[in-house]
Design a protein around this ligand. Structure first.
Ligand SMILES: [Zn+2]
Length: 446
């Protein structure tokens, strides 16, 4: 009997009011297991470009990679389609689910490139369908079928570079929409025992718990970390105070900055493409209502606005201290220009590369008695109030003072980080060319 390798990509099953594609995947893990499928990787949770204007909530697509008997292939496909159909919010206008099947041990480079573009930029359904035809993939779409884009992208992102893990626990349906009940003290303990190998458990500035989402989706909590072992350990430390229906460990591009693409010049910045760019601060930052901070940066060819919003905390506090002439590297999504605004980068991170010296100007001191002189008006010289002498040839004394801002990297506070934003504690922990093939005991339930 021939063994087939199959990659199953799924996307866009949820809506702001219901569902979650990771949950659809979690159900499939159980069902495919029963059908004798052998998983060759943890389910992959691939976050796509968070700046596309039409994204579903988190813009996350899923991929299951399995080996199975040739004669179970049809049953597996039917099961996948059935579970997706049953668990999608098909009545919701913007929900257009898609499922993609790709058979083969090697993912073609063109599909990998497509995934890359779906994470860092904009791709379309036409291109996805072209690739499916060329490489003989199969796709099933519901309604406008836009989920096929994410489904194919999830297959193409094999997470061979940097990646992390997330264990997600799901609620039982009767609790959907109710306040999540998880023992807060156990989360604090878990964080102490496992950070920085787990991340974004708690917001350090506000103390807010971040592992429990808000909203009506089926997720009770999710813990992110560097290895399957650490997220499993962390999961076992957290005490849920309501039933957990199931849980699964995912391999993901969360916390890897995979969406950010470096541009050499500001002129290359395009709407909806997340970027890393360098420039000189072109004017002092402005505070706009609700305590947001805006400042322009420029290079030889262009000028763009950068925005640090109030909830970005640490980042906003650094941005407000910039002055004209500082040299910075900015990281973030790009908003389309509107009538009153040029292109704007919504900052996720800011690296201060060079600080403009800050000068203040003092009146000189009296050469005779040492007392600070009084100015007699612009370009009119100085006068000593003690000796009564006048000095027309003296000028103000320039003094360099310490800037309140230090050079270095400022990352938005965990409570406002995107799924893809690499948190500061992950710097230095990036994984290279490593694929998790070995499963830990018990990576899903049931
Ligand atoms: Zn004097």
């Amino acid at each position: 009997m021939a063994i087939k390798t199959m990659h199953i990509g799924i996307d866009d099953t949820d809506s702001p009011r219901k569902g979650c594609t990771t949950y659809v995947t979690a159900i499939l893990v159980e069902k495919l297991h029963r059908l004798g499928a052998q998983f060759i990787d943890y389910p992959n949770l691939v976050r796509l470009n968070p700046n596309v204007p039409w994204k579903t909530r988190g813009n996350g697509a899923l991929c299951l990679r399995i080996k199975c008997d040739e004669n179970t292939v049809e049953e597996i496909k039917e099961t996948v389609i059935e579970v997706v159909e049953e668990n999608s919010d098909l009545d919701y206008k913007g929900t257009d689910p898609g499922v993609v099947f790709f058979t083969g041990t090697k993912i073609p480079q063109e599909i990998k490139n497509f995934a890359r573009n779906a994470i860092t930029g904009i791709v379309n359904l036409k291109d996805a369908l072209k690739l499916l035809k060329k490489f003989r993939g199969e796709a099933v779409g519901f309604k406008k079928a836009r989920g096929i884009i994410g489904g194919l992208a999830a297959i193409g992102e094999t997470l061979q570079g940097d990646h992390t893990f997330e264990i997600i626990a799901y609620r039982t349906p009767e609790n959907y929409g109710q306040k999540r009940k998880v023992d807060a003290a156990s989360i604090v303990e878990m964080n102490k025992a496992t950070a920085p190998y787990t991340f974004n458990n708690i917001d350090p500035e506000t103390g807010r718990i971040l592992i429990t989402p808000r909203g009506p989706d089926p997720i009770l909590f999710g813990i992110r970390g560097e290895t399957p072992e650490i997220v499993k350990k962390a999961f076992e430390m957290v005490k849920p105070l309501e039933p957990v229906e199931r849980w699964v460990i995912f391999r993901t591009n969360h916390g890897t900055d995979a969406h950010l693409k470096r541009v050499k010049q500001l002129i290359q910045i395009k709407p909806y493409h997340p970027v890393i760019a360098r420039g000189i601060v072109a004017a002092n930052p402005k505070l706009i209502p609700r305590r947001h901070v805006i400042f322009p940066i420029k290079d030889d060819g262009a000028c763009v606005d950068c925005a640090a919003y109030e909830p970005t905390g640490i980042l906003r506090k650094a941005a407000v201290k910039l002055v004209e002439g500082d040299y910075v590297e900015v990281y973030g999504g790009v908003r389309a220009p509107s009538r009153n605004c040029p292109l704007t980068i919504n900052l996720e991170k800011l690296r201060v590369l060079r600080l403009m010296p800050k000068m203040i100007y003092h009146n000189p001191i009296c050469p005779k008695c040492g007392k600070r002189l009084k100015s007699m008006g612009k370009a009119k010289g100085f006068k000593c109030e003690k000796c009564g002498l006048r000095f027309s040839d003296l000028s103000k004394v320039e003094v360099k003072v310490k800037r309140e801002l230090a050079k270095g990297l400022y990352v938005t506070s965990p409570r406002s980080q995107r799924h893809l934003t690499k948190p500061i504690e992950r710097y230095g922990m990036e994984k290279r060319g490593l694929i998790a093939k070995e499963f830990i005991d018990g990576w899903h339930y049931p």
